[in-house]
Ligand binder design. Structure first.
Ligand SMILES: *Cc1c(COP(=O)(O)O)cnc(C)c1O
Length: 375
């Protein structure tokens, strides 16, 4: 008999830096008496992020959703935007908040990212951009999407919420397309409590993206555009800054846990782990091991939902990311244009994301896998 965990094991837990270091930073903020609006900790954090990404074309925000809304607004995206139904709802919500119509098309069965052929087939005279998602940190088909964007004069924007720390060909994945949004939410592998970053190609966007997060203000008396409030606080910047130096050890630990999952699950019938193995097999990019997606199919004795429920009885709380598809949510159902979504539907019906976080241990992974193998 496999024993349930004494304490709940969640799909993720936020990484917490050294408490003393955070307390010292808080003391500094107290001394500064400056809590938000581009304070000294914020400025230091931005400098460190610029060094990390290797570009000054970046801007930080209070969360990833507002960052993406600002990207779309600042780039003047309108009409229709082609995107994926297999993502977190915020991706499409950001379009709708800008009065843009999302057009959902199918995904690739291997990477779960947008299928470039489906994207090209959905282009209409109203299409202005592609909003692709590096789902689970798996890079999209970067070359194919860029070719399509160039050919049809479309903007190419990436929701890179899952992809912090992923490098492609020796540079950050943020260098692809016109603009990328990274989420720094606590549930992501790297975070600033709440937070978001835009990395972009056109340096002229820097000023626009900065105006938009602070009501459009330029100085004290001029308002250049209808902005919003999306400023990052000093407490968030402090958290993000402290964790940035821990990123290599966070990713190394996650790699180890991913390898343990692969070793323990590879011979379990009915569990497809190709999405988990893919990052380790290829040499083109440096993965971040953000999620542990497995696909439960007919060969497994239980349905995906039955396994999800069974693991709860062992105190293991997995998530069905990303089920249902966005097109099945009440607010989008019947309201939006979509192509044939048969691959996305199949993936969403079989997907289960398993626990992974810094404090998890290899033994825990093996125990979770035994629970799964037990059927
Ligand atoms: C988390 C997430 C977001 C939203 O980011 P927040 O920082 O939580 O606002 C957007 N897209 C995807 C794919 C996400 O996973």
């Amino acid at each position: 008999m496999i024993r349930p965990f004494d304490k709940p094991v969640y799909v993720t837990r936020p990484y917490l830096p050294d408490l003393k270091a955070y307390q010292d930073g808080i003391a500094e903020i107290w001394k500064n008496q400056w809590l938000t609006n581009n304070g000294p900790v914020h400025q230091r954090y931005v400098k460190n992020l610029e060094a990390f990404f290797g570009t000054e074309n970046l801007c930080v925000y209070t969360n990833g959703t507002l960052a993406l809304q600002i990207a779309l607004q600042g780039m003047g995206i309108k009409g229709e935007v082609i995107t994926t139904p297999f993502t977190f709802v915020a991706t499409a919500h950001c379009l709708c908040w800008n009065n843009i119509a999302p057009v959902f098309v199918d995904i690739d069965p291997e990477t779960y990212t947008l299928d470039p052929a489906a994207v090209e087939a959905a282009i209409t005279p109203r299409t202005t951009a592609i909003l692709a998602v590096h789902v689970f940190g798996n890079p999209c088909n970067l070359d194919a999407l860029q070719r399509i964007a160039d050919k049809h004069h479309l903007a190419l924007i990436y929701d890179a919420a899952h992809a912090f720390g992923v490098d492609v060909g020796g540079k950050s994945i943020g260098f692809f397309g016109d603009c990328s949004m990274f989420s720094l939410h606590s549930t992501k592998l790297y975070h600033s409590i709440e937070g978001g970053i835009l990395v972009f190609r056109n340096p002229a966007l820097k000023q626009v993206f900065a105006y938009l997060r602070n009501f459009g203000f330029k100085g004290e008396t001029e308002v250049m555009m209808v902005g919003t409030n999306a400023k990052m606080t000093e407490m968030q910047a402090l958290m993000g800054d402290l964790i940035l130096s821990d990123l290599p050890k966070i990713i190394a630990k996650r790699k180890m846990l991913t390898e343990a999952y692969i070793a323990c699950l590879k011979d379990v019938p009915g569990i497809n782990i190709h999405a988990l193995e893919a990052p380790l097999r290829q040499q083109v990019y440096t993965p971040n091991f953000a999620y542990v997606p497995v696909d439960i199919h007919e060969g497994y004795p239980l349905s995906r939902d039955a396994l999800y429920e069974k693991l709860k009885t062992f105190n293991v709380y997995t998530r069905r990311y990303f089920y249902p598809l966005l097109t099945d949510f009440t607010c989008y159902r019947g309201q939006v244009a979509m192509g044939d979504l048969s691959v996305a539907k199949r993936v969403a019906d079989g997907i289960l994301t398993l626990p992974i976080y810094y404090g998890l241990e290899t033994d825990d992974v093996c125990r979770i896998c035994e629970m799964i193998a037990g059927g």
